[in-house]
Write a protein that binds this ligand. Structure first.
Ligand code: NAD
Length: 496
C-alpha cells in the first residue's frame, strides 16, 4: 500500500473531502512512488480559508516578537532535519543533494531573518506640519493570504512567503506544486511541532486548476502571493484585477551572462556551467544565454563543450552526480521540443539535444546538457523560457551590443557580466533591465536578505526576501495624534 498523505487544516491532518488523491513519483526513477496526496477541491479550500480567517482574529494580536520566536523554533527544527529533508527533496524533485541542502538552508536563513524582523517591523515617525500633533505610520497584517508555489525550490519558495506572512500577523493557506507535495508536508510537520496555533497556517494539496483557482477566487482571501510561470501568473493577475485582490507575482526568466574579452575566462566558464546546468536548468534565474565577445568566442565555446560533455548525469542522491533529471515527462517533452525549434531556426547544435536513457537511467526523465551556437537574439530559443539544460551562445562585437542583446527578451529577472573593467561593470549595473545583476558571478545564487524579483514580464513590481517582502504582507496605516486640544486643519492652518 502506498503512503497516504494529507492536507493540514485548522491543526488537523485531513483527507480531501472528495477522497480523491494523486500520485507523486521520483523523476529519477518513475517506478518509485513517493505516495498519494489529496486532490483537493473548492470545498477543501473553503475549510482552509475559514480556519485561517478564524485564527486571524487571535494571531494578529500576538506581539510580533512572539510570532518571531515561533519562527526561530521553526528555523532550529529545519536545521535539525536538514539532511533528511534534503534527501527526500532530491527523491521528490530530482536536483542533486548539494542543491537540496542549499534549498533547506534558504528556509533556515529565512526563518532566522524573519525571527529578527519580529523585533523591528519598522514604521516611520515624522514631524507633523501642525503644532502639538504627532505623526507616524505603522504596519498592519492583511488577513488571510494564499501562497501558490512552484516545484523547483520546494522549501525555499514556500518559506520565503510563509515566514514573512506569519511574522506580519497574517494567516495563510499554502497550495504547493503538484510535483512537490511531500516537501510541504515536512514543512508543516515542523510548523506544528514548533507550536504554531491551529488555523494559522494551512496546507491544501491539489492542482492549480482546482485548488489554486479556488483560492484565487475566494472572497475571504486578501492576497495571492504566486511564484510560477508567466502564463499562469497572467491568469491569476487578471482574476485578482476583477476582485481587486492584492497580488504579488514572481514569474519566468530568460537570464543572460555576458562575457567580455577582458574577462577571466576560467571564472566565466565555471559560472556559465553552474548557471546553465545547475538544477538541470530548472531555475527561474538559470543562465540560458551566454552572450560573448567575438574575440573570445572560439576559446570559450571549446571550453564549454568540453566541460558540458563531462557532466555526470544521474540520481541526485549519488554524491558524484552533477545533474539530475527533469521534473516530469511534460517538461522533458517541452525541452526536446525547444531543441527542435532551435534546429529549425538555424541555430547550430554543438552538444546534447537528446534524451539520456542509458542503462538504469531508462526509468528517469534525464536529458543531456545541450548547447546551441550561432543563436541570434530574435530566435525563440533566445527569447522564450525553456526551463531545462539548454544553453544558447550569442556572439556580439561590443559592450553596447552585449547589453542590448541581454535586454532583448520579455523577461528581466537575473543577469551577469564577466569583465575586469570597473567602468563596464558599473554601466552594466545601470543599463541592464533586470531585478538582479551579478558582476563576475553566475546568474544564480540569491541571498535571502536582499530583494528578489524581476522587471518586465518576470514580475508585477514586488520584491520577495530582504526587507521588501514585508511590504507585500502588510498594509500601511498613517496615524495622526493631535494633542493641541483644538481643531487644527492640515494645509489650511499650517500655511503662513
Ligand atoms: P506553474 O505556473 O505551472 O505552477 C506554479 C503554481 O501555480 C503551482 O502550484 C500550480 O499548481 C499553480 N497553478 C497552476 N495553474 C493555476 C491556476 N489556474 N490558478 C491558480 N494556481 C495555478 O509553474 P511551475 O512549472 O510549477 O514552475 C516553473 C515556473 O516558475 C517557471 O516559469 C519559473 O521561471 C518560475 N519560477 C519563478 C521564480 C521567481 O521567483 N521569479 C522562482 C521559481 C520558479
Amino acid at each position: 500500500m502506498p503512503d497516504l498523505f494529507k492536507n493540514y487544516i485548522d491543526g488537523q491532518w485531513v483527507e480531501a473531502k472528495s477522497g480523491r488523491t494523486f500520485e507523486n513519483r521520483n523523476p529519477a526513477d518513475r517506478r518509485d512512488l513517493i505516495g498519494l496526496f489529496p486532490a483537493s477541491g473548492a470545498e477543501d479550500v473553503e475549510a482552509a480559508v475559514s480556519a485561517a480567517k478564524k485564527a486571524f482574529a487571535k494571531w494578529r494580536l500576538v506581539p510580533a516578537p512572539k510570532r518571531g520566536e515561533i519562527l526561530f523554533r521553526v528555523g532550529e527544527l529545519l536545521r535539525q532535519r536538514k539532511e533528511e529533508i534534503a534527501r527526500s527533496m532530491t527523491r521528490e524533485m530530482g536536483k542533486i543533494l548539494k542543491e537540496t541542502r542549499g534549498d533547506v538552508q534558504e528556509g533556515i536563513d529565512t526563518a532566522f531573518y524573519a525571527a529578527g524582523e519580529g523585533r523591528r517591523l519598522l514604521g516611520e515617525t515624522t514631524p507633523s506640519e501642525l503644532p502639538d500633533k504627532f505623526a507616524m505610520s505603522v504596519r498592519l497584517p492583511l488577513g488571510v493570504c494564499a501562497l501558490i508555489t512552484p516545484w523547483n525550490f520546494p522549501m525555499a519558495i514556500p518559506t520565503w512567503k510563509l515566514f514573512p506572512a506569519l511574522l506580519c500577523g497574517n494567516t495563510v493557506v499554502l497550495k504547493p506544486a503538484e510535483d512537490t507535495p511531500y516537501s510541504a508536508v515536512e514543512l508543516f510537520e515542523i510548523l506544528e511541532q514548533a507550536g504554531l496555533p491551529p488555523g494559522v497556517a494551512n496546507l491544501v494539496h491539489g492542482t492549480g486548476e482546482e485548488a489554486g483557482a479556488a483560492l484565487v477566487r475566494h472572497r475571504d482571501v486578501q492576497l495571492i502571493s504566486f511564484t510560477g510561470s508567466t502564463a499562469v501568473g497572467r491568469e491569476i493577475a487578471a482574476a485578482c484585477g476583477q476582485s481587486l485582490k492584492r497580488v504579488s507575482l514572481e514569474m519566468g526568466g530568460k537570464n543572460g551572462q555576458i562575457v567580455m574579452e577582458d574577462a577571466d575566462l576560467q571564472l566565466a566558464l565555471e559560472g556559465a556551467l553552474w548557471g546553465a546546468f545547475g538544477t538541470t536548468g530548472q531555475r527561474c534565474t538559470a543562465t540560458s544565454r551566454v552572450i560573448f565577445h567575438r574575440d573570445i568566442r572560439k576559446k570559450m565555446t571549446e571550453m564549454l563543450i568540453e566541460r558540458a560533455e563531462k557532466i555526470k548525469i544521474g540520481n541526485g542522491l549519488d554524491e558524484n552526480v552533477q545533474m539530475g533529471p527533469l521534473i516530469n515527462e511534460a517538461a522533458r517533452k517541452k525541452v526536446h521540443g525547444y531543441v527542435q525549434i532551435g534546429k529549425g531556426e538555424g541555430a547550430r547544435l554543438l552538444t546534447g539535444g537528446t534524451i539520456y536513457e542509458e542503462g538504469e537511467w531508462v526509468h528517469g526523465l534525464f536529458y543531456r546538457p545541450t548547447i546551441f551556437d550561432e543563436v541570434t537574439p530574435t530566435m525563440r530559443i533566445a527569447r522564450e523560457e525553456i526551463f531545462g539544460p539548454v544553453l544558447s551562445l550569442i556572439e556580439v562585437k561590443s559592450f553596447e551590443e552585449a547589453i542590448e542583446v541581454l535586454n532583448a527578451t520579455p523577461y528581466g529577472l537575473s543577469s551577469s557580466i564577466y569583465t575586469r573593467d570597473v567602468a563596464r561593470a558599473f554601466r552594466a549595473i545601470r543599463d541592464i533591465e533586470a531585478g538582479i545583476t551579478y558582476i563576475n558571478g553566475p546568474t544564480i545564487g540569491a541571498e535571502v536578505h536582499l530583494p528578489f524579483g524581476g522587471v518586465k514580464e518576470t514580475g508585477n513590481g514586488h520584491r520577495e526576501a530582504g526587507t521588501t517582502v514585508y511590504d507585500i504582507f502588510t498594509e500601511w496605516k498613517s496615524v495622526y495624534i493631535d494633542y493641541s486640544g483644538r481643531l487644527q486643519k492640515a494645509q489650511i492652518d499650517s500655511v503662513d
